[in-house]
Design a protein around this ligand. Structure first.
Ligand code: OSB
Ligand code: MG
Length: 369
């Protein structure tokens, strides 16, 4: 396939509910939507970077810069046979995994459409539905949190994740456990603690948690190994695992027992598959995290979640949990059994709502070969 045209769009979409973590509060999502045309085929991908460099150093602006000035020129006018070629072509750009992901995903969508297969199958996925969990941000009060969790449980979600930070952790987990004794529950600290907090974090062991996600530094792998030896609760790494090698180091050091794989964080679906395979070989479970993606990035996350070792519910929730009107039509909707259906049409298998995409576009640039 010859890459004839690449289009970047910065899209802004209000969130139905503000999302607060230990690093801040978002009321709107900003992403770069990538469209690639190859002859009569169209592929879509998403760079879910967000507004500021809080979760990672990337932002919509750094994505735009790195894509326009460094990544787009590598692809434009070139021939692509398989999306597996893309990480190698982008290798001279250090980091900037979210910028890379939007383009790489669009190529995956193109390849699956060319082959006439659903993206999930091209990736090696086997499931036709994936288990859906929900990530619940920090709320104004414990009562509000319990109400929100209750509504999500009623909706059918298979797992609840709550965001924690100092002052909103042990007591919060205790209240949630008291009210919902049996719900599969996990916590996400987004790097809000240090190794000095080990004693404090040990109090979490009594809540029968599935895991605690990223308690320590966003780039730490060594101290997490020390903390994991102190905790009964499994540690799950998110921010620290940016490459396959990080995953290997974490496994060798014993820094975690579970890994949250976000394609956006690791540079795309190819890297996500590599980390999935590595974890499977070493007996670690993985699950698919999210970055509040629109339906386009969500479709990619759903497809990768259909791989066999994604064996825990992901932060891949239905569209209406994030957006009043998603960029795809129909939107992702939760089945009554707490799953999302893996699309069966070719490529990402969802239709982009072009009018709404245009209406939400804040800036737009097109590159022709
Ligand atoms: O740490 O997993 C995280 C959202 C934005 C940034 C970081 C994280 C999250 C989530 C929400 O937890 C995941 C989602 O529902 O998309
Ligand atoms: Mg996380």
């Amino acid at each position: 396939m010859r890459i004839d045209r690449i289009e970047l769009r910065e899209v802004r979409l209000p969130l139905v509910h503000p999302f607060e973590t230990s690093f801040g509060r978002e009321t709107e999502q900003r992403v770069v939507i990538v469209r690639i045309d190859a002859a009569d085929l169209v592929g879509y991908g998403e760079s879910a970077a967000g507004i500021g460099p809080w979760y990672s150093y990337e932002t919509v602006d750094t994505c735009w810069h790195v894509q326009r000035d460094f990544l787009v020129p590598v692809l434009l006018g070139s021939d692509v046979d398989s999306a597996l070629e893309i990480p190698g072509r982008f290798a001279s750009v250090r980091g900037h995994n979210m910028a890379k992901t939007g383009l790489e995903q669009a190529v995956w969508d193109l390849c699956a459409k060319r082959d006439g297969v659903p993206l999930a199958r091209l990736l090696g996925g086997e499931k036709d539905r994936i288990e859906s969990g929900v990530s619940v941000g920090i709320q104004g009060s414990i009562d509000e949190l319990l109400d929100r969790i209750g509504a999500f449980i009623d909706r059918g979600y298979r797992r609840i994740k709550i965001k924690i930070k100092p002052g909103w952790d042990v007591n919060t987990a205790a209240a949630v456990r008291e009210r919902f004794p049996d719900v599969p529950l996990m916590l996400d600290a987004n790097s809000a603690y240090g190794l000095d907090d080990a004693e404090h974090l040990r109090q979490l062991d009594r809540f029968d948690l599935m895991m605690v996600e990223q308690p320590l530094g966003h780039d730490d792998i060594v101290d997490h190994a020390k903390l994991q030896r102190e905790l009964e609760t499994a540690i799950c790494l998110d921010e620290s695992i940016v490459t396959r090698e990080h995953a290997r180091w974490a496994i060798e050091l014993g820094s975690c027992r579970i890994i949250n794989i976000k394609p956006a964080r690791v540079g795309g679906l190819g890297a996500a598959i590599e980390i999935h395979d590595l974890c499977r070989t070493h007996g670690l479970a993985v699950w698919c995290g999210g970055l509040l993606e629109t339906g386009i990035g969500r479709a990619h996350n759903v497809a990768v979640s259909s791989l066999p070792n994604f064996c825990l519910p992901g932060d891949v929730s239905e569209s209406s949990r994030y957006y009043e009107r998603d960029l795809i039509d129909p939107a992702f909707e939760l089945n009554s059994d707490g799953t999302l259906a893996v699309p069966t049409e070719a490529g990402i298998g969802v239709a982009v709502d072009e009018d709404w995409l245009e209406a939400c576009t804040h800036r737009h640039e097109r590159f022709e070969a």
